[in-house]
Design a protein around this ligand. Structure first.
Ligand code: C2E
Ligand code: CA
Ligand code: CA
Ligand code: CA
Length: 279
């Protein structure tokens, strides 16, 4: 009994209260962040291992807080999900990414894929397909160049429903990619039925691929799995030449990571795209 009391007492320590109020405060700031134009997107290049060219970019959200500076999505995306704010924020992300991709297209950068992350909450929205349709129509961006990234866990929350939503998006011509592949619980039966185009090998398997035989085996297995399901496969978090060469040797299609580029601010990314460099 005494232990219980102590536990409960500890629960109400000032430190934890501080944490709770910090989160409440952050949530209330987050609510106005889009309107106050504090959100921005960075873009990280995705490189084809066949051509060495940039074939896509992933839009990654940043929050430029007036006092706290740049806040990582790792810090505020979970909060945005819990509060449901990810729905309007995610819509802003999709619209902004499509508008930017169309601007690059107008500058002569053709066929570039724009990858956008979708959270589980967004994926569960009834009007998701209509929202995507609207963002494409308003921006003029081609649906065939838009790629939506879903995590395994978001897709597996209610797999039958997911298949329906995926089919709606596929019917519009949008590409679908499974993010962080290998970290969730993969039901291969469902994977076979998901109308997706690509698997993204999670960074955690890529990191030690040069030194850890198990990670190498996993990376190879994911590439083989993608091959046999006729899916494309991208390795994320490629940071050095060793990782790059292993992915290339093993038939991975695309790579993304600091070895090529960190996520870039829009102007920097524009310069890189217009330079048409080959890696
Ligand atoms: P993610 O979708 O797995 O994105 C890849 C993350 O890995 C990014 O972190 C990127 O900056 C980082 N990264 C890329 N290359 C390397 C590398 O070579 N080494 C290392 N160590 N890291 C690398 P970031 O931008 O901090 O985003 C973190 C996560 O936040 C994302 O993980 C994604 O789950 C989420 N996120 C970001 N933007 C959005 C968004 O617009 N909507 C939603 N729902 N989630 C987002
Ligand atoms: Ca992603
Ligand atoms: Ca990922
Ligand atoms: Ca990841």
């Amino acid at each position: 009994a005494m232990e219980n009391v102590l536990e409960r007492f500890q629960f109400y320590t000032p430190a934890l209260n501080g944490q709770v109020s910090h989160r409440l405060q952050m949530a209330s700031h987050l609510r106005h962040a889009v309107r106050k134009k504090e959100m921005l997107l960075h873009y990280q290049p995705q490189v084809s291992l066949q051509s060495g060219k940039i074939v896509g970019v992933e839009a990654l959200l940043r929050w430029q807080h007036p006092e706290k500076g740049m806040i990582s999505p790792m810090e505020f995306i979970p909060l945005a999900e819990e509060t449901g704010l990810i729905v309007p924020i995610g819509e802003w992300v999709l619209r902004t990414a499509c508008e930017q991709a169309q601007r690059w297209h107008d500058l002569g950068v053709h066929g570039l894929t724009m990858a956008v992350n979708l959270s589980a909450k967004q994926f569960a929205q009834k009007n998701l397909a209509a929202m995507v349709r609207q963002a494409l129509d308003d921006s003029g961006f081609s649906s065939h160049c838009l790629e939506l990234e879903l995590t395994e866990s978001a897709s597996m929350e209610s797999p039958e429903k997911s298949i329906e939503v995926m089919k709606l998006l596929k019917a519009m011509g949008v590409r679908l990619s499974i993010d962080d592949f290998g970290t969730g619980y993969s039901n291969l039966n469902y994977l076979k039925r998901f109308p997706v185009d690509q698997l993204k090998i999670d960074r955690s398997f890529v990191r030690d691929v040069g030194t850890d035989a198990d990670d190498l085996a996993i990376a190879r297995a994911v590439i083989a799995l993608a091959r046999s399901l006729h899916l494309e496969v991208l390795a994320e978090g490629v940071e050095d030449l060793v990782q790059y060469e292993i992915m290339k040797e093993n038939g991975c299609d695309k790579v993304q990571g600091y070895y090529f580029s960190t996520p870039l601010a829009v102007d920097e990314c524009t310069r890189l795209l217009l330079a048409r460099s080959t890696f």
